[in-house]
Design a protein around this ligand. Structure first.
Ligand code: ARG
Length: 485
């Protein structure tokens, strides 16, 4: 790539070999960047990525949205680098809340409403029964009784619970589809009830299970073994906890999928949970826990829609689409085949870029107006650049700009490599946005009409190559590129 290196006063000059650059197979290669020698050093194998993981009957909050899009990005990235990827959703589908829900459904529930608008209805019943339980011992008693029946696999309780779960999964699948997201497995906490008991036995037989003063079962994680840092795995009433189910789930996944690495994606409030989980697994002799990783992210402030606080994922998607549709109607004169679909894709792209721009660990403020701006480093700008390249007129452009674009495109593999190292989307985002800026200045500054045909053809190839790198990068981010907007 470098033809000549020379030293000047206080500078070193690198002369780029333009001919060599232009001959590289950047152009019209769908796999460009993905077969890079850089990736030879990366291990390939089976990667299990667990993400989204909402709780049945509860709110789908901003943290779940972040987990969904970040997990999808990581799964796409790993897959495009040649790994076998298992995409898993681990539902919050067990615990006392199902006692409440089951007990409450008899009083406030309606099967007709459950069919019509499942998530909404389950949420309403759950909110109502919680309110009721605050001052009613009867309801609390009924909830405990219902949960006991569930734990004992009594058929009536189980069949109602199953209905809640199935209907929720179906509904989520429909909404995830709007995001272009799918899961290979819908697992959940409920799957690991019995295994959690086995885990307790294993902990016991290894001498790791201690009894605390409060009568709970704990694992001592302190360095000195003085119980100064313990993790509770068993309540005094004999029931298991979130972490106990996670231990069981991890062991079960290793047995079922024999993954080489496993990645959990949740907000940073669960950092301690996962570090305890990995420590306990290691102390049980599961050395593969070293290849488990928690990718954590910061909080989102102020995610609201016109109707108020966000309760369901679909509300956010609807709002993004509506706002984008509105913006489009103000600015475009073109007629479009399916403006709703375009607005949906561009709106989602705006959501994703806003979310991915900084380090994942940082908190950020959700801002509809800013994310939907057509200019600046937004998802709208990204899509706009892609759409414009899709109908590019080849008889434009100047040589120096072409070289800058080619040079930039050559960094694609390096950028993917970087993202694969720390699983942060920002490297890819910055690369793509920079590409958009290069292309914008190419459009703006260097319109050349009537260039000779061979030149025009070379430029056409350059532009379509840039477009295909842009599109591939966007897809890894979880963004469906549009060709018109
Ligand atoms: N359902 C949990 C929540 O909403 C997230 C589950 C994360 N995954 C796990 N294996 N614990 O907070």
């Amino acid at each position: 790539v470098v033809e000549e290196i020379s030293a000047g006063r206080g500078v070193i000059n690198f002369k780029v070999n333009r001919k060599f650059l232009a001959q590289r197979k950047i152009l019209h290669d769908d796999k460009f960047g993905l077969n890079s020698e850089l990736f030879l050093s990366l291990k390939r194998g089976t990667t299990l990525v667990e993400y989204s993981s909402p709780n049945i009957a509860k709110k789908f909050h901003a943290g779940h949205l972040r987990s969904t899009v970040i997990g999808n990005f990581i799964a796409n990235l790993k897959q495009s680098l040649g790994n076998n990827v298992i995409r898993m959703n681990y539902l919050g589908d067990w615990g006392m809340q199902f006692g409440l829900l089951g007990a409450g459904f008899g009083q406030f529930g309606c099967l007709e409403k459950l069919k019509q608008n499942p998530l909404q209805h389950l949420f309403e019943v759950y909110v109502q029964v919680n309110k009721e339980a605050e001052h009613s011992e009867d309801i609390k008693q009924a909830a405990r009784e219902f949960f006991r029946q569930l734990e004992q696999h009594e058929s009536q309780a189980v069949s109602l619970w199953k209905q809640f779960r199935e209907i929720t999964v179906r509904e989520y699948q429909r909404v995830y589809q709007r995001l272009g997201i799918h899961f290979d497995v819908y697992s959940g906490e409920s799957f690991h009830q019995d295994q959690a008991q086995e885990v307790l036995q294993q902990l016991q037989s290894r001498g790791l299970l201690k009894t605390s003063e409060k009568g709970t079962g704990v694992v001592d994680l302190s360095l000195d073994g003085d119980m100064s840092n313990v993790c509770t795995v068993l309540r005094s009433d004999g029931t298991t906890l979130y972490i106990t189910r996670d231990i069981a789930a991890a062991i079960n996944r290793k047995e079922m999928y024999n993954f080489d690495e496993m990645i959990y994606v949740t907000d940073k409030s669960q950092e301690n949970h996962f570090s305890q989980l990995f420590q306990i697994l290691l102390s049980m002799g599961h050395s593969w826990a070293q290849r488990c990783r928690h990718v954590s992210f910061g909080l989102v402030q102020g995610m609201k829609t016109r109707t108020g606080e966000v309760v369901f994922l679909e509300d956010v998607l609807d709002e993004a689409r509506a706002r984008m549709l509105h913006n489009m109607s103000q600015s475009t004169t073109k007629t479009m085949d399916n403006p709703e679909d375009t607005a949906e894709k561009v709106g989602i792209s705006a959501l994703i870029i806003q979310d991915f721009r900084g380090p994942l660990q940082s908190d950020y403020k959700f801002d509809w107006d800013q994310m939907l701006q057509a200019q600046g480093d937004t998802g709208v700008f990204l899509q706009y650049t892609h759409a414009r390249l899709s109908t590019f007129d080849p008889s434009l452009l100047h040589e120096q700009t072409s070289v800058s674009i080619l040079q930039h495109l050559l960094r694609y593999d390096e950028v993917l490599y970087q993202s694969a190292q720390d699983l942060q989307p920002k490297h890819l985002i910055n690369f793509l946005l920079k590409l958009c800026h290069l292309i914008a200045s190419a459009h703006r500054e260097l319109p050349v009409k009537g260039s000779p045909q061979d030149v025009a053809q070379a430029r056409l190839r350059l532009f379509s190559g840039a477009r295909s790198v842009l599109a591939n990068g966007m897809r890894i981010l979880g963004i469906a590129p549009v060709a018109k907007m």
